[in-house]
Design a protein around this ligand. Structure first.
Ligand code: FCB
Length: 451
């Protein structure tokens, strides 16, 4: 394990620093100011789907405490803040020609101004999983028309904020939406379509492409997707495990990155899947972006499935320590380095500079605290992953930025409040924020990068 002091200052200096959150996970205020309903409202309101029955409201209550959050970001010294805009605050019913809700947009107007006043560059994500319920009822991301609704939403946001916001992410983790939202039902909208979920890949990528064009028309200088990737490890050298790992690599990584970066889909025939591609789509989807956002948490070990509807199964990664999520979130920073180096080899010049758009870890932590938590395991996780990023840079991968998930403890989707990822502890009953030791660690790394 490298010491923090061994992180090469010359390389640290080349990175921009950020911390991330998302609207549904931090805002609370689900019924305020004309906000509509998203698939996540439906998910949390269905008893039994969220581990601890958490409802995301009030959660960290950032709808009312965004000024405090801006001050925490300024204290960290980050260059940027990655937060997300809620589609259903802006267009509450999500419908075609749906009216823009001025009160909803006004919230983000305030957030942007608070950040700029604090010296932090806003880098919002347009879509972090909160699809309007009405659109899901019509097929959601399985349906091409959803991409047009997304374009209308992107236009409304860009028009309102484009005078001050120049850095944007389009779509967060399309792989999570496809695999867990529509494939196995672990996330909203909770559908279990297995490989029939794959059309959602194409529609999310099209939505991304529409947003890139629209944001640029409104003055954007840096636009990219935030794609979650994982290094796929076969459970053994046996041919069937290697083949199964290759298939998983396709559905988690390549079915997203190949069309974005190479303008073509990998061969999906072995999966019996076809994508609803129309003429011109792939040119649009492969419009070069300014950055490629990579969310990275852990590798995935795959073996051939003995039975069941899928050809692969996810198994624990042998010999690895793990985070609060248990053995399916192994801690293997070396796999981040290897993933980044592989990406450079696979995509070459088609790969724009990478920004690590999320990286972080949850560990068991109390709901109430009397002072700063000494979260040394989180510090170790972040330090070792940052070291892996620097190693990839040393090997020639262009990487411009690093983002910690998350600024705050927040609503961790189907796991409710059982998994805390924050640099800052949040008491979900009082909203009180208490920086953890990792907050001080990150602040010092950033300061060292500028020394
Ligand atoms: C990512 C999500 C983010 C958060 C982290 C832990 O998959 O983008 O919202 O939940 O995982």
């Amino acid at each position: 394990m490298p010491e923090t002091s061994s992180l090469d200052p010359a390389l640290l200096r080349t990175l921009r620093w950020s911390a991330a959150t998302s609207a549904f996970q931090i805002e609370g205020a689900r019924r305020l100011d004309g906000r509509g309903r998203s698939v996540w409202d439906d998910f949390v309101d269905t008893p039994g789907l969220v581990a601890d029955g958490g409802t995301a409201d009030p959660g960290p209550d950032s709808y009312h405490r965004s000024g405090e959050d801006a001050a925490l970001l300024a204290g960290l010294g980050v260059d940027r803040y990655r937060f997300s805009i809620s589609w259903v605050r802006v267009i509450p019913d999500g419908a075609a020609g749906g009216a823009v809700n001025a009160a909803g947009l006004a919230h983000y107007d305030r957030v942007v101004d608070e950040l700029l006043a604090a010296g932090v560059v806003p880098e919002p994500t347009l879509y972090h999983w909160d699809l309007p319920t009405g659109l899901e009822a019509e097929g959601g991301w399985l349906r091409r028309a959803t991409t047009e609704r997304f374009a209308e939403y992107a236009e409304a946001v860009a028009k309102a904020l484009g005078d001050r916001v120049r850095h944007w992410y389009t779509v967060n983790e399309p792989a999570s939406t496809t695999l867990q939202g529509y494939g196995n039902g672990e996330l909203a909208p909770g559908r279990t379509l297995l490989f029939d979920a794959l059309p959602t890949v194409h529609h999310q990528l099209l939505a991304h492409a529409h947003a890139v064009r629209i944001l640029r028309e409104h003055g954007a200088e840096q636009v990219g997707i935030a794609a979650n990737h994982t290094l796929v490890l076969p459970a053994s050298e046996a041919e069937e495990d290697v083949i199964a790992a290759g298939m998983y690599d396709i559905v988690h990584n390549r079915v997203f990155a190949d069309p974005l970066l190479l303008g073509r889909y990998p061969d999906l025939e072995g999966l019996g899947a076809e994508l609803p591609v129309l003429d011109g789509d792939l040119e649009l989807i492969s419009t070069p972006c300014d950055v490629y956002g990579v969310n990275y948490y852990n590798p995935t070990t795959i073996r051939a499935a003995a039975e069941g509807p899928l050809p692969f199964e996810l198994v624990p990664t042998p010999g690895a320590a793990h985070t609060g999520f248990g053995e399916m979130w192994p801690i293997r920073p070396d796999t981040l380095r290897d993933f980044l180096i592989d990406a450079k080899e696979r995509y070459g010049d088609a790969l724009p500079p990478i920004v690590i758009a999320e990286n972080g870890a949850s560990f068991p932590e109390p709901g109430h605290v009397d002072g700063p938590i000494d979260d040394e395991k989180r510090i170790g996780y972040l330090r070792d992953h940052l070291a892996a990023v620097l190693e990839a840079k040393r090997a020639g991968v262009r990487i411009d930025g690093y983002t910690v998930w998350s600024l705050l403890d927040n609503f961790e989707w189907a796991d409710g409040y059982t998994q805390r990822f924050g640099l800052v502890h949040v008491d979900m009953e009082t909203g009180e924020r208490t920086p953890k030791a990792s907050y001080g660690w990150y602040r010092d790394v950033i300061a060292r990068s500028r020394a």
